[in-house]
Design a protein. Sequence first.
Length: 116
Amino acid sequence: VKTARFVYYKCGTVFHQDIVFAGDICSMPALYETDCIAVGVYAGDIHTSTPARIPCAQCITDGASVHPDPPPDVYAQILEYLADIEANGIIIGSAELLTNGIDLFIAGIADEWEGV
């Protein structure tokens, strides 16, 4: 097990995010409003790597705050809705699921969603 540390500056303040992983690959966190990231790896006996500098280009989402996760009750409502569908043996297409069973009146839209 290893830890990758992503270090970056944002508005003059140093931040870091640690990602624990095994193997040779780890996911990179979404980082905003920075023009350079330093990445290093360390493990149990603290043998650390020299940080690699990764230049970053400005992104369309920079400046926009990351939306918060929906409250837990939203997840509970979705799970309850799906459990009800499964319990009643209802088989519905993706268009009905996405629209809560309301018909789509825009020409061709319902047909397009059925293949999704």
